[in-house]
Design a protein around this ligand. Structure first.
Ligand SMILES: [Zn+2]
Ligand SMILES: [Zn+2]
Length: 201
């Protein structure tokens, strides 16, 4: 689980996630202005410090292929799994379909895990025992995670307000932003969104 935010132990500056979830688009055609719900898969993520953006961010959590094969085998034997997704409270047909989709995605994935803020790889994971991360202009502090346990809130994502979840290609390239659900709830509208272009020189 992601901490609610991170805080510097010295100056108490607060660092929050700009977004807390992301999805892959795995459809057969290039992404358009809407995508079918069943072509989306949650991105497994870990909290990290992106050194290029100097902020708390999410990095793709891409385990070795054998981990996905083991999860696939467990599901076929009716056992629960926790990675690449939690199977509790899911029906078995849904679990089977989803683990197959993850396995197919993992077999095709080539690019190393990216920081989902900028697509870069200049990051440090924060879910380790002592992530000694310092920020600019602060000599003495280390950035620690803060968790606040809060009750679940009722929401209907994409119906009364846009869900605003970033959608990525199977290689972790930012491809758009999911906003509203279509009336029949089978699709999401997509706004254009891409990584900031780095201009050399
Ligand atoms: Zn500080
Ligand atoms: Zn970044």
């Amino acid at each position: 689980m992601l901490p609610n935010y991170y805080c510097c132990s010295s100056c108490h500056e607060k660092f929050e996630f700009k977004f807390r979830e992301a999805v892959y688009y795995l459809g057969p055609t290039p992404i358009g202005d809407q995508v079918a719900d069943d072509t989306l898969l949650n991105v497994p993520v870990r909290p990290a410090w992106c050194k290029d953006c100097a902020s708390v961010s999410l990095v793709e959590d891409i385990a070795p292929l054998r981990t996905f094969e083991a999860a696939y085998g467990a599901v076929r034997n009716g056992l629960p799994i926790e990675y690449p997704f939690h199977t509790d409270r899911m029906d078995s047909a849904g679990v089977r379909g989803e683990i197959e989709a993850y396995l197919r995605w993992r077999m095709g994935r080539r690019h190393a895990a990216r920081a989902l803020c900028c697509g870069g790889s200049n990051y440090q994971f924060m879910d380790v025992a002592t992530p000694l991360i310092k920020h600019a202009e602060c000599e003495f502090g280390f950035i620690n995670g803060m968790c606040i346990i809060s009750g679940g809130s009722y929401r209907t994502p994409g119906i009364y307000s846009p869900i605003n979840v970033r959608v990525y290609t199977s290689e972790g390239d930012l491809a758009g932003l999911l906003t509203w659900r279509t009336a029949d709830k089978s699709h999401w509208k997509v706004e254009a969104l891409a990584y900031p272009r780095v201009v050399d020189g």
